[in-house]
Design a protein around this ligand. Structure first.
Ligand SMILES: C[S@@+](CC[C@H](N)C(=O)[O-])C[C@H]1O[C@@H](n2cnc3c(N)ncnc32)[C@H](O)[C@@H]1O
Length: 211
């Protein structure tokens, strides 16, 4: 874990008992999540899995509030799960958002139409392969990619932003360069529009990134 990801984790834990500050901290995610909702075309009919919600699951809160979708949040830190569950109950969102202890490399994504992978999550390459392998066809995967200068501070996958088939939204004014959209599609040729697809020989075959 890098200093930045460790710091974010501790900072969120520290803020989680203070509801007013949570809303303030959440402002950082307003535009970020709005961009992601547009990129993934998330609606109230979606079932969303957020991998790496932290003690303050702001991304999940924004998605649930802005789209009406049911959101499941996982985190592999038991203390973050406990704190986040308290936050969600305090905001009276427990009917819309569920907090679960699990790891992104083991979670079963079959019941979800959208999977969101937070910036601090690691190891991203293994988790992306796992989700692409296990998710149903058509599942959309949104992954946050760090800014160029912060690449060494986060787990990352290599993405070719000059590829015309890559679907992404820039995240200006944040620690992220962009959020990238991958779609689980079986049996399609790499020239086709999907930015990523998983094929039957069990390898991740991505038109625009090296996993
Ligand atoms: C600090 S949070 C930041 C997320 C932010 N609050 C949001 O709403 O987008 C990132 C969390 O990811 C969790 N995490 C990192 N790797 C993970 C993995 N492989 N599976 C599940 N959770 C993970 C960490 O425990 C941490 O709590």
């Amino acid at each position: 874990m890098s200093i930045i990801t460790g710091w974010t984790r501790v900072f969120e834990k520290f803020l989680s008992p203070f509801p007013k500050i949570i809303e303030l901290y959440g402002l950082y995610y307003n535009k970020v999540v709005k961009n992601e909702i547009e990129l993934g075309n998330i609606t109230c009919r979606d079932r969303v899995l957020c991998i790496g919600g932290g003690s303050l699951p702001c991304t999940a809160i924004k998605i649930a509030r802005q789209t009406g979708a049911k959101v499941y949040v996982i985190d592999n830190d038991p203390a973050a799960v406990k704190a986040a569950d308290k936050v969600i109950r305090g905001l009276n969102l427990h009917n819309k958002i569920k907090i679960i202890f699990s790891d992104g490399s083991e979670v079963d994504p079959k019941d979800f139409t959208v999977v969101h992978i937070a910036l601090q999550v690691f190891p991203k390459d293994i988790i992306l392969k796992h989700i692409l392998r296990k998710a149903r066809e058509g599942t959309k995967i949104l992954m946050r990619i760090p800014k160029e200068g912060l690449k060494n501070s986060y787990s990352n996958v290599s993405v070719n932003f000059s590829s015309t088939s890559l679907q992404y939204t820039e995240q200006k004014g944040t620690t992220m360069k962009a959020t990238v959209l991958f779609i689980k599609e079986e049996g399609k040729k790499s020239e086709e529009k999907a930015s990523a697809f998983y094929n039957r020989d069990s390898s991740v075959n991505v038109t625009s990134m090296v996993v």
